[in-house]
Design a protein around this ligand. Structure first.
Ligand SMILES: Cc1cc2nc3c(=O)[nH]c(=O)nc-3n(C[C@H](O)[C@H](O)[C@H](O)COP(=O)(O)O)c2cc1C
Length: 301
């Protein structure tokens, strides 16, 4: 197995938004790969993305690392408890376990996932179903950092395994919660209904983002004047965070909101809506007893 970052690679800074939009529509998790290494042109795309400061800059400027492992022997080197098979390439997401840093890292990494989906490269975000000790041997992880997730990459294999049918069925992976369960208008007491205005279509599309256990832990409150979208994480997997087998190294909900925000940004841009991400103190009351945390606000430019 080798860890790498290339020197001479194409610079994909200006990835066409339509490419990412297609990625949102084409992507779904791949768990059985065909065993082949990634084609050179796809590796170049990945290295180009990872080497490009524009691609790697999070919307709030936080610091994190994404490493590329190639030539991985999944049997000897990276255990995924049988959840995935047949991959030789892995992206590893490493960061300090701080909410906004995790969110931003997922935003950045999901941009690459969408790009790869457009190119026909299969991916699966994994927050829990891998053995971090295996990855630690291949990457340098500082004492204040965690491996928040890995993403095995490759081409979908022809021969499906039971897990390829069972996991999507159990997780209802093709389904998403109704919009009114996750999106609100002005406050958490008012479901979005038909108040989405210019944001409606983009919010609808962004729900296709992947999330741990397909919990779709993103929540969004659209401001009544349609200038802002406040983003929140709703927690449901805290009991599965820890250091044991199949535990998440951090609450995966922060990553979920990152994949969602990246998708939302792409979908909004496709509708001609550009914005800036800020952290402010929205005048939105979180319902008593709800395990919900504010992360950031998209402000229309
Ligand atoms: C942060 C995060 C962590 C995930 N962890 C795992 C995992 O440990 N094992 C797994 O099989 N899938 C994992 N997934 C994939 C989800 O199960 C999958 O995205 C979800 O069921 C929706 O299916 P789709 O990706 O095909 O749309 C994870 C996804 C995210 C975003």
């Amino acid at each position: 197995m080798t860890t790498s970052s290339a020197v001479l690679t194409p610079r994909p800074a200006q990835i066409d938004n339509d490419v990412l939009l297609h990625g949102i529509k084409a992507r779904r998790s791949t768990r059985t790969f065909d065993g082949a290494p990634l084609q050179a042109e796809h590796l170049e795309v990945i290295r180009g993305y990872l080497d490009d400061p524009e691609c790697m800059r999070g919307p709030l400027g936080g610091e994190f690392r994404i490493e590329l492992l190639t030539g991985v022997d999944e049997h000897k080197e990276i255990g995924t408890y049988g959840y995935t098979k047949g991959f030789q390439t892995v992206l590893v997401a490493i960061a300090r376990p701080e909410p906004l840093v995790l969110f931003e890292m997922a935003h950045v990494l999901h941009g690459l996932v969408l790009y790869l989906a457009h190119l026909g490269v299969g991916t699966v975000w994994m927050g829990a179903a891998f053995n971090p000790a295996d990855i630690l041997q291949a990457t340098r992880v500082m004492s204040d950092e965690i491996i928040a997730a890995i993403i095995p990459l490759g081409y979908a294999g022809d021969k499906k395994r039971l897990i390829d049918y069972a996991a999507p069925l159990v997780l209802k992976a093709a389904k998403r919660k109704p919009m009114d369960e996750v999106f609100y208008f002005g406050d958490f007491g008012t479901p979005l209904g038909d108040h989405g205005g210019p944001f409606h279509a983009a919010l609808d599309l962004a729900r296709r983002a992947p999330s741990a256990k397909n919990k779709q832990s993103w929540r969004a409150v659209v401001s009544r004047d349609h200038t802002r979208i406040h983003l929140y994480a709703a927690f449901g997997l805290r009991h599965q965070v820890g250091t044991g087998r199949k535990k998440y190294a951090c609450p995966p909900e922060y990553l979920d909101v990152g994949t969602f925000h990246r998708s939302l940004e792409v979908a909004l841009m496709a509708d001609g809506l550009e914005g800036t991400l800020v952290v402010e103190e929205p005048d939105v009351r979180i319902p008593d007893g709800a395990d919900i945390e504010y992360l950031a606000t998209w402000v229309r430019r």
